[in-house]
Design a protein around this ligand. Structure first.
Ligand code: ZN
Length: 288
């Protein structure tokens, strides 16, 4: 039996409808898959930081971008292919091991908000970062003027430091301009520290307790004081450092202090990408 042209058109129409409907149903299913945990990745970007957070309602947060473009592969691997949106991109401070990977991120992803401080550097890569924000007309929120950043239901970023404009201050090191923030999901807190070396000054005036600590300054000895680590008392301590890096990060003193509070230490230099998940009540490590 030969089909007439109009019959072929009708059959073709039904096949296309079926495919479109199937694809839409699959995407909606992925988007509304509630009861999903929050995922916290420390991507292995060598000697630098790049932290990726996928929220239960599919918001994406990226904190720092590492020293090169390896963050792009990390994101390609962890994010669904159809999701090119980064809802919040945080630059903790403008050192090259934190900002470099973000320049290409601005070109390849749709970034809704950038959070940063007023501190600038004269490096070429930092100029490219600033130009990328301008070119893509991204809204910049200043961590210096913000107490809290609401992300979605039950998920808020609480800014601990800085509490004032830093651009005119003598910081000794640019590391001391690092944004420190607590990401709070229901009963679970993740403490983000950038490379801050003066974190001991935060103890006493702030509630620092957290289930997960992104260990400061790649585990260097000049950060992560005993007093600070005690105040945080994390269950998991995530260290982002390069394999056999020339700085000797993380230091044995930092590891000893973390062991002293019985934190489970997870290092990107030993494990590659690190993944922790939380339902807002407990936290567990996921090995992929
Ligand atoms: Zn760093």
């Amino acid at each position: 039996m030969r089909l007439r042209l109009y019959q072929k058109i009708i059959i073709g129409f039904y096949i296309i409808c079926f495919l479109v409907f199937g694809l839409s149903a699959w995407i909606i299913y992925r988007q509304t898959n509630f009861n999903k945990p929050l995922l916290f990745y420390a991507l292995d970007v060598g000697q630098g930081d790049a932290l990726l957070i996928r929220t239960p309602q599919n918001n994406t947060i990226l904190i720092d971008g590492g020293p090169d473009n390896s963050v792009l592969y990390g994101l390609g691997d962890k994010l669904p292919f159809y999701d090119r949106e980064i809802d919040l991109l945080i630059l903790t401070h403008p050192d090259s091991d934190h900002v470099t990977g973000l320049v290409e991120i601005l070109n390849r992803h749709n970034v809704r908000y950038v959070m940063a401080t007023s501190v600038v550097t004269s490096s070429a890569v930092f100029s490219q970062w600033v130009a990328g924000i301008k070119k893509n007309k991204i809204e910049v929120v200043s961590a210096e003027e913000l107490d809290k950043f609401y992300i979605e239901q039950d998920l808020t970023l609480e800014i601990i430091y800085p509490r004032e404009k830093l651009s005119s201050q003598d910081l000794k090191s640019i590391n001391n301009s690092s944004i420190v923030a607590r990401l709070i999901y229901k009963d679970v807190a993740i403490l983000l520290t950038g490379d801050l070396e003066r974190e001991e000054k935060l103890v006493g005036n702030n509630f620092l307790k957290a289930d997960i600590l992104k260990v400061g300054h790649h585990g260097a000895e000049n950060a992560n004081s005993q007093k600070f680590i005690k105040a945080v008392s994390p269950k998991f301590a995530v260290i982002s450092a390069g394999r056999d890096n020339r700085f000797g990060h993380p230091s044995q003193a930092t590891l000893d202090r973390l062991n002293g509070v019985s934190a489970q230490i997870l290092r990107t230099d030993l494990l590659g990408d690190v993944l922790l998940a939380t339902d807002g009540n407990s936290v567990w490590q996921v090995t992929e």
